[in-house]
Design a binder for this molecule. Sequence first.
Ligand SMILES: [Ca+2]
Ligand SMILES: [Ca+2]
Length: 477
Amino acid sequence: MPGRVLTRVPVTARSVFACLLFSHLLTGCGQPPGGQHQDYAPQQRASLSSVFYTGNPLPDPPTTAELDQVAERVESSQPWERELLETLYPDNHALWVYATRDSDGDGLLDFWISDYYGRFLEGDTDLDGDGLDNVLDAEPFVVTPGGQKTAGLPAHVDWAGQGKPAEMVRIQHALYDRHRVLLVERSARFTPELARSVYDVVTRVYRALFSDNGTLPTLRIIATEESSLLNPDDEAGAGDFAQVMAHSQTLEIYRRGIGASPVIQLGYLAHEIAHNIQFSYDYDAQRQDEIMRRNYFAAPHFLELVGQYGWTTVDVELEADTGYALFRPHYVVLEPHEYRYRGRSPEEWEAWLTAIYEEVGEADYLGDERITAQHILGDYSLSGPWEWYSDYVIAWLYLAMLDSLTDQCAPERRAALAAAFQNETVQGEWPWFRFENGRGAAVLAHLDQEYPLDPVDIDYLAEQYLQAAHPGICTSG
Ligand SMILES: [Ca+2]
Ligand SMILES: [Ca+2]
């Protein structure tokens, strides 16, 4: 299954479900430039100026030799590679060089590229090979002999020197010093609220993983970007809140996620970091190398886990035209299976959901008894086991927050709060996601066991996020 579905947060339109599932590259579903005749080269170049951190140094301009070679290499490459490169960067040989360069010659390309509009993404996480990650490297394109690896944050990413509020500085330092997670600004800025939401998800929702200075090898960077696609208006990306890039162990947060209310931030951040956790089930150097080189995903441990809840796989041959050697398009994910949930393909689930939707109408759709009886959270959660698991994390967290109010809030007031939260706040952002449907789902017991919530934490989260979003409904005393 080509993987636009792999790592993204719930979509906003039902029709996008089919789009995410069935779109292949270069066909349908917002796949751009060809017919649009717009030159994205200025934005593509600009994406290089914040590819690691705001205002990072730019790569060296292509040499004459590189320009000569790239033309030859493109000429002799596979037709689908040549076609995509020419579509994304028409006749722009300088950008072809950046898309294909491997500065330190280790087989990992400097940059990956977005196959939608050609945004440049971090590829090789230490592209000059001097031992210092690009994001920590004041000169990422210049080998610094002996390195300057220090325990603390280097000045170019340290919020202490950038006039940020003291609380943001404290959070950035705590996450980096204790958990080796770097908050970094790229084309967009963090807000104090977003920094706090990130901190609370890492240290409270996932306390069990991150206590005692715990780290996650698959979560290295949390970055803010304006949008996932260079064209922010393309509906293929306009609904994106955040996304995990497994190859660079990065969680990117976009404008929509930055501006969302804190309780929504809490939900999508828990969802996304659940992806980092999923990848950690199968993390080792060899698998990471396969992800870095060709975005190939083998996840036997994760698939065994979700197998307990009804997910099975059907092996498929990888299509020849998913093999890229010259450059690395981000959204071509190689998964050697298709998925079945309770024996049905995503397409069959989509047809079933659509029939109910057409029968009962938009307002009652996800509250329909046929859907609630199976604890189905929404369309996106059936697109594959990765999103299924992460969407249940949101439901699990929201239900735990509601349930923590039992002592201080009568049942009818709690029901009123739950309704307001679902129908106003959640539905306002994610119309096709109903967290209440998760109540009673078997996987919730797994989440309780893996990520036991501290009672103090869940009370705090309910107060600071849920109650704050709907004040006055569920009052104490
Ligand atoms: Ca390299
Ligand atoms: Ca470096």
